[in-house]
Write a protein that binds this ligand. Structure first.
Ligand code: DX5
Ligand code: ZN
Length: 224
């Protein structure tokens, strides 16, 4: 059976209690911490950097999945690797040399991945599959949590799934397919059916419960 992973985006967490929020989502059954890095340049919003990654690293053993929405991208990669990131993904449009950036991520000891905006072609994958550990499809335009899932992403997921399956068949190597933006309880089954195995969810997870019970995210994570 296919393995599915839930990756809460801490963008929608309570930043005044970030460590507790992370402990609570992982205790409640989440698999991955999705870490959104925005630079007010590549995307029109400004969030968190390596310092915050370093601060949360001792809080959890879970995979930290750093989604870089920054330009330029290369110079910040070693800082995130040192801060304890496990996966680092970036947008091909933000890198001048995609093959080099993918290598840089792996040389720093992390899993590497490419992120595709809704309008970005999967053809960026044509010559670099060997250097990709995760493909992340954006189902919203990057920059903000709480946006609506763009339905056309389902066909794109099917296309990405085909590429991955053909590649895995040939090489025996697995590549994860992650979806990011507007994922919720109502649409996650269709998204899984279209081929995603790793699901980012920000507002759906952190918006779900307002009390302080450490298991308050159980229900939402279980129903995703
Ligand atoms: C958007 C970010 C997403 C976002 C997801 O640019 O990459 O990770 O926080 O949030 P929701 O699940 O609320 O769309
Ligand atoms: Zn993200």
């Amino acid at each position: 059976a296919k393995q599915f992973r839930i990756a809460p985006s801490i963008l929608s967490a309570n930043f005044a209690k970030l460590g507790q929020e992370i402990t609570d989502v992982i205790t409640s059954g989440a698999d991955i911490v999705h870490f959104d890095v925005m630079d007010n340049h590549y995307v029109p919003n400004l969030t968190i950097g390596p310092l915050v990654c370093e601060a949360i690293r001792p809080v959890t053993d879970a995979i930290i999945d750093v989604h870089l929405m920054v330009k330029p991208v290369d110079r910040i990669i070693p800082d995130f690797a040192k801060a304890g990131a496990n996966i680092i993904t970036f947008h091909p449009e933000a890198s001048d040399h995609i093959d080099r950036t993918l290598s840089l991520v792996r040389d720093q000891g992390c899993k590497s991945g490419l992120v595709f905006n809704p309008g970005t072609s999967l053809s960026y994958l044509d010559y670099v599959m060997d250097k990709v550990d995760m493909i992340l499809l954006m189902s919203v335009n990057p920059g903000f949590g709480g946006q609506k899932f763009i339905p056309g992403t389902l066909d794109k997921l099917r296309e990405a799934r085909k590429r991955i399956d053909a590649y895995t068949e040939k090489t025996g190597r697995e590549i994860w397919l992650e979806i990011d933006g507007g994922v919720n309880v109502a649409n996650i089954a269709a998204i899984a059916e279209a081929g995603a195995d790793t699901f980012v969810a920000g507002s759906a997870v952190f918006g779900a419960a307002k009390d302080t019970d450490p298991n308050r995210y159980n229900t939402i994570i279980a129903s995703l």
